[in-house]
Design a protein around this ligand. Structure first.
Ligand code: UDP
Length: 410
């Protein structure tokens, strides 16, 4: 296990974007939790939504006086092949696990758990990658509540994979899911917490005109003098970049000058990513208006989400989809699928449009509708900003988590 390096965060920075009452509630809960030592455990320090969340939550908890550590598992590709298969199986697709894969999972999780030496008052482990560690952590710290947070879309899991993870869930005292439909894994108590974005990060903060202009230049040859539709996602089959390409092609029938930006990175725990990226890039190679952009810095992603006319996220499965809130916060309407957490964020006909996950043509039509109506895009953008301000910013999520911590420690 290793601790990732973390940015500084101060709760003061959230005063301009958060209601006073919410910040007061946060401070009160933090006082109740002062002196409590909390450990977060997950499997990657970068890439993907969980790392993104922890990078903000952990330093902010410390700023609020709650002694919080974050440890990332040490593992190699063999382990991540297994956990990716488990992730896919829980989301509804994949081949059965072999005995060898199950053994790899057991060994790596046990070895990581054995490395945790400190004592904590509460442990919050994230996602199926960490489940194999819980028994040992529970033995080591019998008085510490063990919380498990699952960020995966569990609407339609394969039974075998559900059974595989359920064999490790006994030590869990409380499980947290992102939607009530996902609460299919047994725990003594459960709660629903929507994830959130952090409005003060490089990814989400407001950009000055000169900063925006510099990022715009950096994104050349993508031109914002013509319409741009963008997807920001890891290259992953569930994110359906091929469906987005089809939606884009449909939209170009109405808006021929349209460009598509497919920005994506490869998460540290995601060995499939490079292969899929190469397939998508090969499919797009003959169209000069399709731009595949990899490993963009956060400020550039920020500018891209801001400058795009429409963002698309037509995932086939989606635990939550932070990229949706990121785009909406920047007043960019989103055409999204009804998968997972996307419909929590996209209000159909108010801040974007929803289509069925396999309806690429429908997504293309909605993109074209939005591109052809500047006023509607602006109105949707205003609605989008308010929806995220109310529901999907970090202070709201911290209040939810702190309430759970307080209850668990009672
Ligand atoms: N992300 C990024 N660069 C990329 C692709 C993704 O910074 O090239 C970020 C994205 O902005 C978001 C996170 O990774 O903050 C993805 O979270 P999401 O919940 O959308 O999906 P996940 O990857 O967790 O399935």
């Amino acid at each position: 296990m290793h601790p990732p390096s973390l940015p500084d965060r101060s709760i003061e920075a959230y005063a301009t974007v958060t209601e006073r009452d919410r910040l007061e509630r946060l401070r009160t809960l933090a006082e109740t939790l002062s002196g409590v030592r909390i450990l977060h455990v997950n499997s990657t320090a970068t890439g993907g939504g969980v790392a993104e969340l922890l990078r903000s939550i952990v330093p902010l908890c410390n700023d609020l006086g709650i002694d919080t550590d974050w440890l990332v598992m040490d593992a190699d590709d063999d382990f991540f092949e297994v956990t990716k298969a488990v992730h896919n199986g829980l989301q509804g697709s994949g081949e059965p696990l072999t005995d060898e894969m199950k053994a790899t999972y057991r060994e790596v999780t046990a070895a990581n758990a054995a490395e945790i030496e400190d004592e904590y008052d509460l442990v919050l482990a994230h996602d199926p990658q960490t489940l194999g560690m819980l028994e040992r952590l529970d033995e080591r710290m019998p008085n510490a509540p063990i919380l498990w947070r699952c960020h995966v879309d569990l609407t339609d899991p394969i039974e075998e994979y559900l059974a595989f993870v359920s064999a490790y869930t006994d030590p869990i005292d409380h499980a947290i899911f992102s939607r009530s439909a996902y609460a299919v894994i047994d725990a003594p108590t459960t709660s629903i917490v929507y994830p959130s974005i952090d409005p003060v990060t490089e990814k989400n903060r407001s950009l000055e005109d000169d900063e925006l202009a510099a990022e715009r230049d950096r994104l050349d040859p993508l031109s914002f003098d013509a319409p741009v539709v963008t997807q920001v996602s890891r290259f992953d089959p569930w994110k359906d970049q091929f469906g987005t390409l089809e939606a884009y092609r449909t939209a170009t029938e109405e808006v021929p000058q349209l460009q598509l930006a497919l920005a994506g990175g490869m998460a540290g725990d995601d060995p499939e990513g490079l292969e899929l990226y190469e397939q998508v890039a090969a499919e797009a190679v003959d169209d000069p208006d399709v731009h595949t952009l990899t490993d963009l810095p956060d400020a550039t992603i920020n500018a891209l989400q801001r400058l795009s006319d429409v963002v698309v996220q037509k995932s086939l499965r989606e635990g939550f989809g932070l990229v949706v809130a990121e785009a909406l916060w920047k007043r960019t309407p989103v055409v999204g699928s009804t998968a997972g957490g996307i419909p929590l964020q996209v209000e159909d006909g108010r801040n974007g449009y929803l289509v069925e996950p396999d309806d690429a043509v429908g997504a293309g039509d909605r993109i074209a509708d939005l591109l052809e109506d500047d006023e509607r895009r602006r109105a949707f953008g205003d609605n989008a900003r308010e929806h995220v301000r109310e529901q999907f910013l970090l202070p709201r999520q911290l209040v939810d988590l702190f309430e759970i911590f307080v209850d668990s420690l009672e």
